[in-house]
Design a protein around this ligand. Sequence first.
Ligand code: SF4
Ligand code: FES
Length: 266
Amino acid sequence: MTTTTHEAEVAAAPREEGLMNLTLKIWRQNGPRDNGRLVTFKVKDISPDMSFLEMLDVLNEQLQAEGTEPIAFDSDCREGICGMCGLMISGEAHGPEKTTTCQLHMRSFKDGETITIEPWKADPFPVIKDLVVDRGSFDRIIQAGGFISANTGAAPKAEAILVPKENADRAFVAAECIGCGACVAACPNASGMLFMGAKITHLGELPQGQPERDARVVSMVNQHDAEGFGGCTNIGECSHACPKGIPQDVISTLNKDLRTALKRGR
Ligand code: SF4
Ligand code: FES
């Protein structure tokens, strides 16, 4: 791995208390075929109240001001709900707090610290540029079975289909998955089974998810394997890295559903 150094510094200004100077080692990769390398940048006077992405915005403004190409990274909602913003921060998916990268604040870091920032590194998530990866493999798993067939039109009355609270609660927990991919990035096998288990559990706990339950799990697992994700070996890094606290037992639900579907000859 080659490392180059580049300094992007703002003009000297009186320093407010609590502001931080940081060294950033950021992965730069000019497209999927480039080998990529870590490049060192320095940023000054970073407020602890900034989000991690705002800190990267500051760096990019500095780079643009001096005519250097800004760092490519993904984000959308910046509220922890869309799943676009995943980064590997000093070796941890989404960084040191159990939250999304966009909800991570600079108060989690210390003045003078060196932070390494890399994209998710997993074969099913090829790097498009710098910190941006293609997570289309997740979309194709959802297309394979992560849906229900339901008539469109006006929403049914809430009491029309009763759901026991225990099932509704478990479906709700699983439905919190935002498809960020941290579970895959943290897993030594690059397994997508926590993500897939969350979708299968979410739909499998509800009456609306029953008609396609067997076909769903078989199609999604086939697509998962075809995309090059690895199998689960119960290490648990996925659940540990998940910003939404998806429990590892959704993988047991996935495996149980798969066994049942295969026994029924799906
Ligand atoms: S299971 Fe968690 S880590 Fe994995 S994609 Fe869903 S929200 Fe992200
Ligand atoms: S930008 Fe949407 S979850 Fe981070």
